[in-house]
Design a protein around this ligand. Sequence first.
Ligand code: ZN
Length: 148
Amino acid sequence: MDLNDLYRDVIVDHNRNPRNFRPMPDADRHAEGFNPLCGDRLTLFVKLDGDRISDVSFQGSGCAISVASASLLTESVKGRTVPEAERLFATMHALLTQDDAPVDVPSLGKLGALSGVREFPARVKCASLCWHTLDAALHRQSEPVKTE
Ligand code: ZN
C-alpha cells in the first residue's frame, strides 16, 4: 500500500465514522462555517479549560472531504492549548494552499492525509473550512465563516 492509498483510507474512514460528531450544549465557544462552492456546513464547538481545548466537537453536513477534515481536526486539537491549535491552523493552511509549503507532512500523522487535497484546487475550501471555523470560535468571532 502506498502513501496515497493510506491517505485515501483515512479520508474514507473519517467520513464514514466522523469522530466527535455531536452537539455540545455546554460549549464555551462555537462558530459556524459555510462553503457555498460545495454546500458544506458545519458548527464547531469548543470547551476550554484555561487556555487548553479540553473538548471539541462538530455537527453539520457536507462532502466527504469536509466531514473527514473536521473529524481529523477534532482528534488533532483536543488536549492542545489555544496557541498550539493556532499554530496547527497556520500549518494546515500552508499545507492546503501552498504547493511548496515547508511542512513536514509525515509529522502531521493522519492530518497529512489532507495534503492530497492540494492537487484538487476546487476541494481546498472543503478541507480548510473547519480550520477557519475553529479559528473563528477561538477568537469569539460572531459572524459565520464563509469561504467566499
Ligand atoms: Zn465540500
